[in-house]
Design a protein. Sequence first.
Length: 440
Amino acid sequence: MRQASETTPGAPMTTIQDHELRYALANELHARPVPALTAPCFAAYLAIKRPSDAAGRDRAEDLAHLTALLDRHGAAHPPEGANHYFGEIGKHSLKWEQHTEFVTYTIFGDGNADRPFDPGVFDVFPADWLAAAPGVRVTSALIRVETRPTLATMRKKIDSWFVPESIAASEVLDGAAVVAGDFRIDTGGHMRFAVFVGADNTARRVGRIVTRITEIETYKAMSMLGLARARGVQAQLGDIEDELSGLVSGLGGAGSSHEAELGELLHLASELERLNAQTSFRFGATGAYEAIVTDRIRVLRETRWDGRQTLHEFMMRRFDPAMRTVKSVDRQIDDMAARAMRASELLRTRVDVERSAQNQKLLESMDRRADLQLRLQETVEGLSVVAISYYAVSLLGYLVEPLVYRFHLDKTWAKAALVIPVVLVVWLFGRAVKKRLIHK
């Protein structure tokens, strides 16, 4: 007999609750399909970015811009909140992706124009639609895919299509295709890339090659934004470096105002923190984009073709120095901030020591004054005892005069006899009052 706990094979389990994001996250891995391309074909690529605060932009505007393009062709709209789309627009295919800082559009079409890299190919993006874009162009590219011809024909095409000194060409994916480009903007305002694929390649493999090329170009362009930011702050860093070096070298100098120096150091530290806040996102993004460029080139599995420089070699010679500059400026900001804070701590310690010495001298001066006041007070107390005793003896003299006449005593000796007891009583009374005030 089958036990009650057994379930029908293939039936879904209903005894456990799924995480609310489980299906959304699993489907995300399959949401950006690779296009299926067959040579000859082309791709027109566009990346758009907001000039400022791109990461915090209103993404609904990106989706509205995509919808405007789809409406021109009567194509279906993406779901609300979508960040990727793939579909047919007329006789072409459109791939749209929304990223952290930018949006990309790639249109794929069959066949090629008679004129290689004809700017008219980019007219698949209407001019008025481009003008209404919620951002500016980061990069755009025309990719021409052909069936792989003979070596001589391929060499002739590559040499005529690209700037010789900048050409990067290599075989990719174990010889499946030859990829070439010069990473220069042509007269039409676009990058140019050529892909020559073998007849035995699948459509998906060709699509992956074209996709990798667009990713390399996009993330390369986004990485270079970090170089522009680095160059923009280098002049400020130079001025701060001169000020900081002057302050540090003059620390502890005779006749200098250490508190004023501390104020200047703290001002420089705040300036460096401001620069760090302004550049941290861009420099961090640059590092991430650089890693993606390196990864996309690696997965192409390049081999040298016709003695030309590879994509990796081109990046190593032209792209890597730019990225090292960004990293150098980023480290310089951190190092200078650390130096400023160390100098501030040292100077603050010195100021505290000087203040402690001043406070010590002030306390010693107060002690001396208190001692003088105590002595003066004791002197005054002694004079007060004498004065009070004098008046007390005078008053008592009036009281004892009748007794002096009665007993025929000498008046002078009677007053003299009163002096010592009166002084003693006044002195004891003063001490008693002083003790009472002290104990209170």
